[in-house]
Ligand binder design. Structure first.
Ligand SMILES: Cc1cc2nc3c(=O)[nH]c(=O)nc-3n(C[C@H](O)[C@H](O)[C@H](O)COP(=O)(O)OP(=O)(O)OC[C@H]3O[C@@H](n4cnc5c(N)ncnc54)[C@H](O)[C@@H]3O)c2cc1C
Length: 364
């Protein structure tokens, strides 16, 4: 664990301003902790060691070349060098991540669609812990998670986030692959722009880049989830499209656990039929994994149908906040009328109201 997250912020950014919503609580610092930041390279090794301690055999640095099929049933998999071996199993749990090529080639899932996956880039920067605490206004050992919207994703629908670790800060940003196809920019441009933003740049002063990576995230929501139970195979984690907003790792872990429970039940009954394996889908349906994704199922379409939101509506709230803060030599009534006109010149009031009401319905 790197830091206990006690400070959650969202910044709606324009080129020179930000309206920030922030919440911080000392209660988040109490065990059991609500959210923590982890360094995946360390965390994944720690978690894999737990599985090995429990009896799993780990093949790190091996590639699964293909799934083995008999008629329509998955019966095992073939692992490439250095082990070069076929493994046979009653059931394969496939957790190969977002770019599920094994599942796709075996005809278990459709190919990914550019409007359902987002491409993220991530930079990890070294900064002494004491400076992190000073810059982010944190107690020792505590951390912040900051979501960035608007200008940070070139005003396309997407997000950027800033996380504090022990002595590094992580910055990631991404948007739907379809936006990179149609827009005239690449993911690296976004990260450079954020680091140069006048309100954010001071946070990065004197940092040293340690890591840089790119990774997709399935963001198609509930409607884009492929069939998860197949003869001889269960699909879990990102390969199953189980990402809900900022939650992905926990859904991947819980879906893996539920797939494991399904296998234990199948083994007890010595029944590996698809009917028995459908217990996995039932357990997911009963868990917060699919219940939350189902509850949020209209969000993806809501934003896809309103591409103006990240730019126009974030510009409106920033303009209102800016004008409220300005001192004008005029009575308050006249100032309010002036602010209304300014806001309406960016986005008509009826459109703002319609989006707001629709948003309330979508997140009901
Ligand atoms: C920038 C970024 C920030 C994120 N932040 C958060 C966050 O704050 N909170 C959160 O909950 N989630 C977050 N996520 C999402 C989270 O990382 C994923 O949801 C989670 O890692 C999914 O786990 P998984 O095991 O399904 O897939 P992965 O973690 O992608 O693991 C799949 C593994 O399978 C391996 N693999 C693939 N094909 C083969 C093959 N043929 N043979 C052998 N191995 C193979 C891959 O190399 C990989 O190691 C973030 C993702 C990104 C990209």
């Amino acid at each position: 664990m790197e830091r206990i997250l006690t400070d959650y912020r969202y910044m709606a950014l324009t080129a020179d301003s930000a309206v920030t919503a922030a919440f911080k609580s000392a209660r988040y610092a109490q065990s059991p902790f609500n959210r923590v930041s982890v360094h995946r390279a360390k965390f994944d090794k720690w978690l894999a060691a737990k599985a090995v301690d429990a009896g799993a055999v780990l093949f790190a640095n091996h590639k699964v070349e293909t799934l083995l099929k008999e008629h329509d049933k998955i019966i095992g998999l073939e692992v490439g060098p250095p082990v070069n071996k076929q493994f046979f199993a009653g059931v394969v749990i496939l957790a190969e991540g977002v770019n599920a090529l094994l599942a796709e080639r075996a005809g278990l899932v459709p190919g990914i669609k550019t409007e359902n996956v987002a491409l993220y880039v991530k930079e990890t920067m070294a900064l002494p812990g004491r400076l992190i605490e000073e810059r982010f206004n944190l107690q020792p050992g505590q951390g912040a998670a900051i979501g960035l919207l608007g200008e940070s994703t070139a005003n396309f629908m997407g997000t950027a986030s800033l996380y504090t670790n022990k002595d590094t800060i992580g910055l990631n940003v991404g948007t739907y692959v379809a936006n990179f196809v149609t827009g005239n920019f690449n993911p690296h441009d976004l990260i450079v722009k954020i680091k140069q933003h006048p309100l954010l740049a001071p946070l990065f002063t004197g940092t040293e880049t340690l890591e840089y990576c790119a990774q997709m995230i399935p963001e198609g929501g509930y409607e884009a989830i492929p069939p998860l139970v197949h003869p001889g195979c269960l699909i879990a984690g990102d390969a199953a499209g189980l990402v809900n907003g900022v939650q992905g790792l926990n859904l991947a872990m819980l879906s893996g656990q539920l797939a494991g429970k399904t296998l234990i039940a199948a083994k007890h009954k010595n029944d590996f039929s698809q009917r028995q394996l459908s217990l996995y889908k039932r357990l997911l349906d009963e868990s917060y994994v699919l219940q939350n994704l189902r509850a949020n199922r209209h969000i993806h379409r809501f934003f896809a149908a309103r591409p103006w939101i990240p730019e126009a509506e974030i510009a409106v709230i920033n303009e209102i906040a800016y004008q409220v803060g300005m001192i004008y030599p005029m009575p308050n009534g006249a100032k309010r009328r002036y602010i209304r006109q300014k806001a309406a010149s960016i986005q008509p009031v009826w459109k703002l109201a319609a989006d707001f009401l629709q948003a309330l319905w979508v997140i009901k």
